[in-house]
Design a protein around this ligand. Structure first.
Ligand code: SF4
Ligand code: SF4
Length: 97
């Protein structure tokens, strides 16, 4: 009975997948903004590979699976959105003003 009550409590307090929120790290670029959601980055490196001006690099801290996540040199970012397009886990958001 006690176990059932505990499960019930967890079921009502744990956020659903839709309610879960992630914290973004946002950088201003010359034409908009570049945001990484570290909790979603799996460290695949596709964005680094595809960036035409090579401004994405590995950060020293970790992302979703304990792998290094990425960061950006926002001054050099041309806000082309290529990285966000290729990211398989929607860990990047690039907004053009
Ligand atoms: S928006 Fe374009 S220039 Fe900026 S980091 Fe992404 S791929 Fe590189
Ligand atoms: S493509 Fe997405 S998941 Fe892969 S390293 Fe870049 S931000 Fe992380």
């Amino acid at each position: 009975m006690a176990t059932e009550n505990k499960l019930q409590e967890l079921a009502t307090t744990a956020p659903s997948a839709q309610e879960q929120r992630f914290t973004g790290e946002r950088w201003l670029t010359a034409r908009g903004s570049w945001t990484i959601f570290p909790q979603l980055c799996k460290g695949c490196g596709l964005c680094i590979e595809r960036c035409p001006v090579a401004v994405i690099s590995w950060a020293s801290d970790f992302g979703a699976y304990g792998t290094n996540r990425v960061t950006v040199d926002a001054d050099g970012c041309v806000t082309c959105r290529t990285c966000a397009y290729y990211c398989p886990d929607a860990a990047l958001s690039v907004v053009v003003n």
